[in-house]
Design a protein around this ligand. Structure first.
Ligand SMILES: *Cc1c(COP(=O)(O)O)cnc(C)c1O
Length: 310
């Protein structure tokens, strides 16, 4: 690890593992625990740090001076990257999906404020960027520049995700996580032992790519995992009053805040699946709170939800 990264890592606290006290869960005979990666760091939250850590280390080992990546106007990934760039420090460039908005979103405002150079990319060019999967594959990459794929979905991400598993010191039956690119799920599946069931709740509607991408990330894997597509609520960043009510109630009961894009859907799904008897009585579930709460500002503004992208 470089000195800069070693110093940065000291700012992170191990994320707590917390049990949910809830009469309903007790009655169902289910124990639900939450691995609170939303509490890893005040700004660089959740799985985005886990996924970036070893890629950034690799970039620094190559003496890179600039990290380039892509994301939407509310991107948790770019938000984390921009702040990491400020702390290290290292230059960052964000390729932003769509036209420059008249008013910067709160997320874009932060990124710019932390020194990230923002470049706006039209939607078809943006989609095309997804083809470049390796750090050196982005066309016209300059010396010293290091490319990170959308959402940090690269092999190095798996090493960071694996650290979640090593931090868990209780026994459990299920590991559950919300899926965007599926990278976090791939990392959990690769590092958890075979007797643990791994369940992903898809946050996107058209996600035929999900299992292909997961299998590409962990080609050696022969342990099963499950993807549930029933809780996308109409698509990425779409919500419903039912989902928002659930989140409000969950926060009231547990004092844990969720966001509607990923973690709201995950916990909604878990409560619903518990109701349907999907899990067996006596089982212990660990759900990963992947953070992303900065994205909530996009919803509080009103009207932004449909434009939100990963
Ligand atoms: C990006 C993100 C995810 C999805 O992670 P993948 O590894 O892309 O599946 C889940 N939750 C939150 C809060 C995120 O920001």
């Amino acid at each position: 690890m470089s000195l800069g990264l070693t110093a940065l890592i000291k700012q992170f606290t191990p994320s707590p593992l917390q049990v949910i006290h809830d009469n309903y869960l007790d009655a169902q005979g289910i124990e639900l625990w939450i691995k609170r990666d939303d509490l890893l760091h005040p700004i660089i939250s959740g799985n985005k740090w886990r996924k970036l850590k070893y890629s950034v280390n690799h970039a620094l080992s190559l003496n890179a001076d600039t990290l380039i990546s892509m994301g939407g106007a509310y991107s948790n990934h770019l938000h984390a990257l921009a702040y990491l760039g400020k702390l290290l420090p290292i230059n960052t460039i964000g390729l932003i999906r769509g036209e420059q908005p008249l008013n910067l979103t709160p997320s874009l405002y932060d990124m710019q404020n932390w020194g990230m150079q923002l470049r706006y990319i039209n939607r078809s060019d943006y989609r095309h960027l997804r083809h470049y999967r390796q750090w050196h594959e982005l066309p016209d990459l300059q010396a010293g520049q290091y490319w990170l794929v959308e959402g940090g979905a690269q092999a190095f991400a798996l090493l960071g995700i694996a650290e979640i598993i090593t931090e868990i010191d209780i026994s459990y039956d299920w590991l559950c996580v919300a899926c965007g690119t599926g990278t976090t799920l791939a990392g959990l599946r690769a590092s958890a032992s075979a007797d643990i069931s791994v369940l992903g709740i898809a946050a996107l509607k058209n996600n035929s790519f999900l299992e292909t991408d997961i299998n590409q990330l962990i080609p050696e894997n022969n342990k099963p995992y499950y993807i549930n597509n029933d809780y996308a609520f109409g698509g990425f960043a779409k919500t419903s009053p039912e989902l928002l009510n659930f989140m409000a109630e969950f926060e009231y009961k547990t004092a844990i805040t969720l966001e509607p894009v990923y973690t709201g859907k995950l916990f909604y799904a878990l409560y619903d699946l518990i109701k349907q008897g999907y899990f067996k009585r006596g089982q212990r579930i660990i759900a990963l709170h992947t953070g992303g709460l900065q994205g909530n500002r996009g919803f509080k503004e009103g009207g932004a939800s449909k434009k939100q992208v990963s």
